[in-house]
Write a protein that binds this ligand. Structure first.
Ligand code: ADP
Ligand code: MG
Length: 307
């Protein structure tokens, strides 16, 4: 189990009064999938790097079971065998092939096992057709997948993923996400995933940690946070919402009725696939709701919150 205990971190002594991470506490069980969400600059990448032992903490301690994760001041070589990290900047060996990169840290004493393992990982990241391709000729998304496979090669107990699918095109994202996250669950590998893509989170995360103003403002299951986001920042992660009488109401929670106190004029229609998001205006507010079909502009509509 990962235990993050009262950690505080700032990049420089000078900035210690306003640390990037301020007194964080949480734990991650073996095999658990935890998402870290938060706006750009909220410290997601910093948190992953600190957990990996890339920096020395100002305060606090981090443990994986009984092993304390130490920063560079106390540890000559950054990192531990049980933990792997796939950072936003993945450093691969450009002049060797995809399979050589993936197998780089695998023992050569067992060539058959090594070959099978590399093949298995190529399948997990859906790069079978690129085994013999030199990494330098790959796209950003393909490189990201090689970095993922390489991190999994010597099966870690916990893996840290920083926006793991950010470079992957939409054609491959869904299936790759399923493949990787299901693989991690199957092998009981704990993972911490920094992301701003709600699709990385909803179907896969056991818990989500929301970072804001250097602190953890929520640490709950996606289901709980979706139902009760508490603050607009969290709600905005899940989709379009309105603040009506200080209540967070998702766009899909509003339905058309004959008569109600909430009257809007249709301002714009946005095609969303299986529905339209409608932007309505009251005298002093903007209201979003969903409808099966587009609505005539300037039409007056009454809405109420569906039970
Ligand atoms: P996120 O990943 O959530 O976008 P980061 O962890 O990258 O956020 O950044 C958090 C804060 O730390 C930002 O204010 C950023 O400018 C700062 N920061 C990130 N990396 C460094 C660094 N190497 N040195 C100094 N400040 C940094
Ligand atoms: Mg980041």
């Amino acid at each position: 189990m990962l235990n993050v205990q009262n950690i505080t971190f700032s990049y420089t002594k000078k900035s210690a009064d306003t640390p990037v991470l301020n007194n964080l506490n949480f734990s991650v069980n073996r095999g658990e999938h935890v998402s870290i969400i938060g706006e750009s600059g909220s410290g997601k990448s910093t948190l992953l790097k600190v957990i990996y032992g890339e920096y020395d903490l100002n305060e606090g301690q981090i443990f994986w079971d009984d092993t304390e994760i130490l920063g560079p001041k106390y540890n000559l070589v950054v990192g531990y065998d049980f933990m792997k990290n796939v950072a936003q900047e993945f450093d691969l060996m450009p002049f060797i092939t995809v399979e050589e990169n993936i197998g780089k840290h695998l023992s050569n004493f067992f060539p058959k096992e090594k070959k099978e393992r590399v093949q298995e990982l190529l399948e997990v990241v859906e790069l079978e057709d690129f085994a013999k391709t030199k990494v330098k000729t790959l796209s950003g998304g393909q490189k990201q997948r090689v970095a993922l496979a390489r991190a999994l090669a010597n099966q870690p107990e916990i893996i840290l993923l920083d926006e793991p699918f950010s470079h992957i095109d939409n054609f491959h994202k869904q299936s790759l996400r399923r493949s990787v996250f299901n693989y991690l669950k199957e092998k009981n590998i704990a993972c911490i995933v920094a992301t701003h893509d709600s699709e990385d989170v909803l179907a896969y995360a056991d818990r989500m940690i929301v970072l804001h103003d250097s602190k953890i403002i929520a640490n709950k299951s996606p289901q709980e946070l979706y139902k009760n986001p508490q603050i607009p920042l969290t709600a905005s992660f899940f989709g379009e919402f309105n603040l009506i009488n200080d209540q967070i109401i998702y766009a899909h929670q509003l339905q058309r009725v004959e008569k109600s106190d909430l009257k809007i004029k249709v301002y714009r229609n946005y095609f969303k696939g299986h529905y339209y998001l409608i932007e309505g205006r009251t005298d002093d507010d903007i209201i979003f709701f969903e409808n099966d079909s587009p609505l005539d502009l300037n039409q007056e509509i009454c809405l109420k919150v569906a039970k």
